[in-house]
Design a protein around this ligand. Structure first.
Ligand code: HEC
Length: 150
């Protein structure tokens, strides 16, 4: 009897562990504090993000040495760009590439041409940059023209 109970307990513990393993990579519970968009714009310019990016509706200083793949940030999108996606685009650029560009324009050897800033961008700067970028995305519902054939 005791043996059986022990086996059940061990199995239950293992099942619990299995669940923990599966949840370990979950994005659940991830939430950033509110950022400051003005500081975000400053950080964006300070880090020369505009060497490669334009932003719909923003005047950014021109850079003399720009050799762009100008990737537009913001503008009309058909679906909300979540902050999770924006954070990921910045700290793990190769995870999911920006849509609508030829692969050669945005990648080099299979990786995003966007440099990694993780070594020196502070978390606060990241939060502020995301707060600055997000309102530039304008979600719209595409209007289709339907033709009804009699
Ligand atoms: C040397 C060029 C370069 C610089 C500098 C650069 N990026 Fe990028 N960025 C890219 C390229 C190329 C892509 C498209 C490929 C991809 O999605 O990673 C991209 C994609 C992005 C995207 C995703 C766009 C989308 O529609 O999915 C965001 C957000 C972004 N960059 C933010 C930044 C920020 C913030 C900085 C500055 C801290 C920065 N980038 C600096 C080249 C650059």
């Amino acid at each position: 009897m005791l043996r059986k109970t022990t086996t059940i307990l061990v199995l239950a513990a293992l099942a619990g562990l299995g669940a923990c393993e599966a949840d370990r990579m979950s994005e659940k519970g991830f939430s950033l504090p509110e950022g400051n968009a003005l500081n975000g714009k400053e950080a964006f310019i300070y880090m020369h993000c505009h060497e490669c990016h334009t932003i719909a509706g923003e005047e950014l200083p021109t850079l003399a040495l720009a050799d762009p793949p100008y990737i537009a940030l913001g503008g009309k999108v058909t679906r909300v760009k979540t902050y999770g996606e924006l954070v990921t685009a910045i700290i793990n650029p190769s995870h999911k590439l920006a849509k609508g560009y030829p692969v050669d324009t945005v990648t080099n050897g299979g990786l995003s041409k966007m440099p990694l800033y993780n070594g020196y961008m502070t978390v606060q700067e990241l939060i502020d940059i995301v707060a600055f970028l997000q309102p530039h995305y304008d979600v719209y519902v595409p209007q289709y023209e339907y033709r009804i054939y009699p």
